[in-house]
Design a protein around this ligand. Structure first.
Ligand code: UD1
Length: 423
């Protein structure tokens, strides 16, 4: 298993290019299963979760081609299986996203239940009750969700809780349902809007994406299209925090402040200067960060996927700060690892209280989930001495060539390949 070795090395400086959003690319890839013709997706990041999704699409029979500009073309015509197997689903919960499209397009689907996950139980009940409202017959057998419906029927669905992939699954399914579907209490995340844009390019009729009420007029078939996936706001946010923590000056290209308002607000509160500049954002930090309180909640509030990174920043900030996690019940696993680096953090239920100290000290630590891993990388950038991060396969699920991107900004970071490493 690969590890990352970091040595605290002063301010990050320079320019980097933000990749396409993983959490938009995944539903768009699933959406290709709805079409009757090939769909081309651009700006797809090169990540483990994407490879898993491509394997999943191939396993049901879709043909995948990479074109000369690295666009990914998915031809759904040869699909012959409607089963998403446990081996693939267990490595990536977002595999549940193929349930809606397979069911809507082929009248049946069997998707393995994702099972537990490091950051909480993460059930899929709202995906299933929404599909039932659209007329699907759902059963759970042998660890699989089995769904059937000759043709889905439009319906009014009030989602019991705001779920991002839940909204995406229902949105995709409803595009081919007979009649109108209204999804209330829908997730408003930019990735939902990006998926809706992709579906509209394929011929779907959707209004209201980005608000909490989405209306879909079902159509008989969807056609081929080309879609450019939006920039990754969490990757952007992670590099903004890295720069703020190291007192650096970095230009992030091919991204935007539009979808990051709550994060940028908090970074400014911490003392950084952030300017929009052409196709990107420039951040400068001339002081030690000031501790900032955050509370995660669905978009447009502060994203849970940025919680761990802000926790890392608060560890070396001036003053104390409170971090409250309201989305996932077990998303403080980075705390004990940050404590190994010397951080002063105490937990009281859903809230962590952090007393900032001037310097962390390097130590061997273990990554536990995707964003927790990112927080350890950030801490390693400013820790005195060596930080060795184990289990970085979590990081490879969501950050494209993180060691190259940070290395180009002056960080002392290297991947240590061990003999048991799998290519
Ligand atoms: C998506 C993102 C993930 C992000 C999360 C919250 C993708 C691929 N992943 O995950 O990076 O951290 O949104 O912004 O886009 N819930 C239920 N029942 C359900 C569905 C969800 O109880 O049927 C709960 C979850 O346990 C969680 C909350 O609802 O507590 C929000 O989860 P959800 O928005 O569904 O997260 P994901 O879509 O899995």
């Amino acid at each position: 298993m690969d590890k990352l070795l970091l040595r605290g090395n002063g301010p990050l400086r320079g320019e980097l290019r933000v990749s396409g959003a993983k959490n938009a690319a995944l539903p768009c890839l699933a959406a290709t299963l709805l079409a009757r013709e090939p769909v081309v997706l651009r700006n797809i990041p090169h990540l483990r979760d994407i490879t898993t999704t491509l394997e999943l699409l191939s396993s049901v029979g879709a043909r995948i081609l990479v074109d000369e500009q690295l666009g990914i073309q998915v031809d759904p015509c040869p699909v012959h299986s409607l089963v998403a197997p446990y081996d693939l689903v267990r490595t990536m919960r977002a595999s549940i996203l193929v349930l809606g499209p397979l069911l809507a397009r082929h009248g049946a689907a069997e998707v393995s239940l994702p099972g537990g996950c490091a950051i909480g139980s993460r059930p899929v009940n709202v995906h299933l009750s929404g599909l039932e409202a659209l007329g699907a017959e759902i059963s759970l057998e042998g660890g699989f969700v089995k769904a059937k419906a000759a043709r889905l029927r439009g319906a009014r669905i009030v989602m019991e809780m705001v779920s991002v992939t839940g909204t995406e699954n229902l949105l995709m399914a409803a595009t081919l349902a007979e009649g109108k579907t209204i999804i209330e209490n829908a997730a408003r995340e930019p990735e939902v809007v990006d998926l809706a844009r992709c579906l509209v390019a394929m011929g779907a009729r959707i209004t209201g994406a980005g608000t909490s009420v989405i209306e879909i007029d079902g159509v008989d078939a969807l056609h081929g299209a080309e879609h450019h996936v939006l920039p990754d706001r969490i990757e952007t946010g992670t590099y903004l925090v890295a720069t703020a923590m190291t007192g650096g000056d970095v230009m992030l290209r091919r991204t935007s402040a539009t979808f990051l308002e709550s994060v940028i607000l908090k970074l400014r509160e911490a003392g950084s200067e952030i300017l929009e500049d052409g196709d990107g954002l420039r951040i400068r930090m001339k002081r030690r960060p000031v501790g900032v309180d955050i509370r995660t909640a669905p978009y447009p509030a502060f994203p849970t996927d940025m919680q761990a990174q802000f926790m890392a920043m608060n560890c070396i900030a001036e003053g104390s700060a409170m971090v409250t996690e309201t989305i996932f019940e077990n998303r403080f696993m980075h705390v004990s690892e940050l404590q190994r680096l010397g951080a002063h953090i105490s937990i009281d239920g859903k809230t962590a209280i952090i007393r900032g100290i001037p310097r962390l000290r390097g130590a061997p630590v273990m990554a536990t989930d995707l964003r927790a891993s990112a927080s350890l990388v950030l801490a390693g950038l400013v820790a005195e001495g060596e930080t060795l991060i184990d289990r970085i396969y979590h990081l490879d699920r969501g950050y494209e060539v993180i060691e190259e991107k940070l290395g180009a900004l002056g960080a002392d970071i290297q991947r240590v390949r061990t003999s048991r490493s799998v290519a």
